[in-house]
Design a binder for this molecule. Structure first.
Ligand SMILES: *Cc1c(COP(=O)(O)O)cnc(C)c1O
Length: 471
């Protein structure tokens, strides 16, 4: 292709003014703004220019430049510019706590709580009874104490921040004893040794990967020791020839040596999940009852609330942490408090918590119900996708995710889609990049929709997304 031919293509790119004078562009200007549409038109012409300049002979052979295609590109670009980048997706992966998909989704009452404080003034730091300045922590402290049995509570930005705050408050410039079997790394590079270093505390590792005994802790205690730390290995399990020191023994050790004992629980369950057929996970109440002085856990893992780091424990220790200047830097906003308070209120009654907190509801839903829902979606998909894809309902497994219950595969029911004309990888990509992205799994040349993490009101959206991907 000669340079002259490329020049010919470049000459055919419509001018920005021509594009925005088109009827469709006028509509867009009415809907959005002249500036936005003009900016999009400038983008389109620049993009066409760049595409032509870098195109090879073969590509240019099938290329045509005209006003209609420029206006179509403009429409696409304008929609892209006005659409939020952070937006709703449909989680069909079956991973209930998917960190990349925002972890726990909130109960309706928590969403309503956020909405009510977002668009109006509120009493975040005002005591309405006295008219005096209040503390933002009061909105949840009593509830947290009531539900966990602890004397005091504090909430910070996330659990990583909670661990940092505890260590910094009680162990800066001193030593903290931890078992080698519990030096966890959580996704997104939260590593206990790194958090320890950032807090100013020195990590004293004791025991081995598989076994740590009480005497290992005892032997490591010096005048420099500030704290004994236990970490719940939430995202892995050491199995086989293993032993850990129980909470009761740790608490006894701490008491004898006048050292606070802290437990980083990670996920923070408030309900015994074993009752609902899931693997046992230590509850926050277990740790508090055993006498652990400070317990930390995430708000948006199994607790099923907003992102937060929840700290519960002895009153005097909590008060000391509130005075640490780091607390101000790690503090949470009104949205978090609104969502947290609403979620905590559901925990007052276990049935309410199980049915209304989506994380718990999704984890405890029966296979029979999943089966019925999967069949309903499958029937509807079959109606609209005849000749385009084979649809079936199959057995499979979901995961808790979010670094919780790592070894638990929960039996689930999946809708399997076998496209006729395109590959399953292309279908997956089309669904992921659509208007309302649908995230699904691929297994053995089938696209799998795990019904556990899909809500009934999302069925129609999935059907629309599937139709548009396969047409
Ligand atoms: C998830 C987790 C963390 C980090 O919690 P974030 O809320 O994500 O900051 C820390 N420790 C343990 C044991 C965890 O499981």
């Amino acid at each position: 292709m000669s340079g002259k031919d490329k020049q010919e293509f470049l000459r055919r790119i419509p001018a920005v003014n021509t594009i925005i004078a088109h009827a469709k562009a006028t509509q867009l200007i009415d809907m959005y703004s002249h500036t936005l549409v003009a900016e999009a038109a400038a983008f389109v012409t620049a993009k066409l220019r760049a595409d032509i300049l870098k195109a090879g002979e073969d590509e240019l052979a099938n290329f045509s430049v005209n006003l209609t295609m420029a206006v179509d590109l403009l429409d696409k670009k304008v929609k892209e510019m006005v659409r939020p980048n952070l937006r709703k997706v449909i989680n069909a992966t079956g991973i209930v706590l998917h960190t990349n998909l925002g972890r726990a989704i909130l109960a309706d009452s928590a969403v309503a709580g956020i909405a009510s404080v977002a668009g109006s003034y509120n009493n975040l730091e005002l005591d309405l009874d006295t008219g005096e300045r209040g503390s933002r922590y009061v909105h949840v402290e009593e509830l947290l104490c009531q539900i966990t049995g602890a004397e005091g509570a504090l909430v910070v930005n996330n659990n990583a921040a909670a661990v940092l705050l505890v260590l910094n408050t009680f162990a800066q410039g001193k030593e903290v004893i931890v078992s080698r079997g519990q030096l966890v790394e959580i996704g997104g590079s939260f590593r206990i040794p790194d958090v320890m270093a950032a807090s100013g505390a020195t990590l004293i590792e004791v025991g081995t990967t598989n076994k740590t005994h009480l005497k290992d802790y005892q032997n490591a205690i010096t005048t420099e020791t500030a704290m004994v730390l236990k970490i719940h290995t939430s995202n892995y399990k050491v199995v086989g020839f293993t032993s850990e020191v129980s909470n009761e023994e740790m608490v006894e050790l701490g008491r004898i040596n006048h050292l606070p004992v802290m437990e980083d629980l990670g996920s923070g369950v408030l309900i015994n999940l074993k009752k609902y057929g899931l693997q046992e996970e230590p509850t926050v109440q277990d740790a508090v009852n055993a006498g652990v002085d400070v317990v930390t856990f995430s708000g948006d893992k199994l607790f099923g609330g907003p992102q937060a780091g929840i700290i519960v424990g002895q009153k005097d220790l909590i008060e000391k942490m509130k005075k640490n200047p780091l607390t101000r830097a790690l503090r949470v906003d009104k949205f978090t408090f609104a969502a947290l308070e609403a979620t905590l209120k559901l925990y007052i009654d276990e049935d309410q918590a199980i049915t209304k907190i989506p994380t718990l509801q999704m984890l405890t839903i029966s296979v029979e119900e999943l089966n019925q829902r999967a069949r309903r979606l499958s029937r509807r998909l079959k109606q609209v996708l005849a000749g385009k894809a084979k649809i079936s309902v199959i057995d499979g497994f979901s995961q808790v995710g979010g670094g919780a219950l790592p070894t638990a595969d929960i039996p689930s029911i999946l809708v399997a889609i076998d496209p006729e004309d395109i590959s399953v990888t292309i279908l997956e990509k089309k669904l992921r990049t659509g208007d309302i992205p649908v995230l699904a799994r691929i297994h053995k040349e089938q696209l799998l929709i795990d019904i556990r993490t899909v809500r009934d009101e999302e069925f129609t959206l999935i059907i629309i997304a599937m139709q548009s991907a396969l047409n």
